[in-house]
Structures are given as C-alpha cells and as structure tokens.
Design a protein around this ligand. Sequence first.
Ligand code: BTN
Length: 265
Amino acid sequence: MKDQILSCLSPAYPWREHLHFFPTIDSTNDHIRTLAKAGAPHGTVVIADHQTGGHGRRGRSFHSPEGVGVYLSILLRPQCIPTELMHLTCATAVAMCRALEASAGFRPGIKWTNDLVSGKRKLGGILTELGFTPQGKLDYAIIGVGINCRQTMGDFPEDIRDMAGSLAMIAGHDIDRARVAAAMMDALHRMDSRLLTEKAAILAQYKADCITLNRDVVLVRGDEKRYGHAIDVDAEGALVVRFADGSIEAVNSGEISVRGMYGYV
Ligand code: BTN
C-alpha cells in the first residue's frame, strides 16, 4: 500500500520520506502525537490500513475496519500563534473536498464543522488538535482524517448504518484507496502552503461546500436544546445561528444537528 500511495503522489509533493505506513495501529492521531513529541518534522504523515482505537470528537470511536478506509494523520508545525489557526478544521475540510473530488469523482459536502457528507450520509470526519511547548507556545498541529472508501451499507455497524456512507456507495464504483490517500496528502500539502495567507478564500470555499448553511439546526449543550437557523460561517469558522428568540450567536462549541440529517426530523 505504501508504494502504491507514493506512486500516486504528484511529483511536487515534498514530504515523501516522512510517510509512515502501518497495517494495524491503535490510532494514527495518537501515534503521530508520540512522533511529534519526539521531534518529528513538519509534513510527517501516518497512514494505517486498520485502526483498533480510531476516535473522533467528544471521545467517540471512529469505526476503522481493515482494507476499506483511509485513516491518515499529518503533523504540521505552523509558525504562528494558536489563534491564527481557528480555521484549521475548515481549511482541512475544504482540502478534503478537493481531494475526494479528484480521486472519487464527486465533491462531498461539509456538515459544520468537521463531517464530510453526501446527502444524509457521513463519509468521513476530521479531528484536529494542537500541542504546546512547556512555555505555552504552539509546538504542533495534528490533523486526522478518516474516510470510508469501499464499504457497502451492510459493512457498517447497525447503529450507524442509516447515516454512514462510503465513497463507493456514492460514486457507484470501486475506489482505489491509494489514490484517495495520495490525493489527501497532496491536498493537505497545498492547504499548508496557503493556510496563513489565504484565509478569506479558504473560508469562502468552506461556505460554498457547507451544507449546514441556510438550514434549520438544533444546538445541543448538555441537557439544553436550542432551535435556530444557520445563517453564516464567520472569519474564525464559527457557525452563526439565528435562534428562535431572535438572538444571533456565533457557535463554536456544542453539538449542532441539521434538520433532516442523522435522525433529526
Ligand atoms: C469525527 O468524525 O468526529 C472525526 C473522526 C476522525 C477519524 C480519524 S481516522 C484517522 C485519525 N485517527 C483517529 O483516531 N482519528 C482520526
């Protein structure tokens, strides 16, 4: 698989020697964090064929069976302060839309902030985290992306079968995972080179791809549910919601559900 991925990369890709491939691993994000703390360079990538402990936001597990998905993490060491990276997940989502369009033949949508979707089905997700030096300076950023590539509906566990999908299910043909992985790496490299200089263009594209915009949403925080309408994504990547009482807030945390998706009717 590693050789196949390398052979699919564009000639301009600069970080070939920093690709680590594992048939099985607990979590590519957890492993790359260990590499980051040991001094691994900007552009290090970890890809696995199978994760035994793949995880997403809020400690949820990310189902990562062998041979059907791409489970990838990249280590970046951006030269900036952490607040300049508020749009990192949005920038990654846009990069992944480009990568999947190039490698699977269709462009997915983004469910704010970090789900890649097609129709009502989640095709993959993004998990970003920042690491700091003992002096409190930004040390590294880790971006993990999991993409369901070759699953059929019956391959998904029953509890997510109605809302999960794969590239193959949507494209209607088999998917070459090495090609998808290489397209993701190329897109992440391009994203890195424009991350701090083209923020406005990145967020404009994010808004164009974001299916949450102009939809009814519900914000769930603990036991509280607030109904509203998503009206914008701001310059930091926060979702701007007009709530039923007329108040308008930029939402950064909490869980946003979109009416018509993932069981919210
Ligand atoms: C989410 O859906 O909330 C995000 C899922 C992110 C999953 C990817 S798979 C590669 C990397 N390793 C992990 O353990 N998580 C991310």
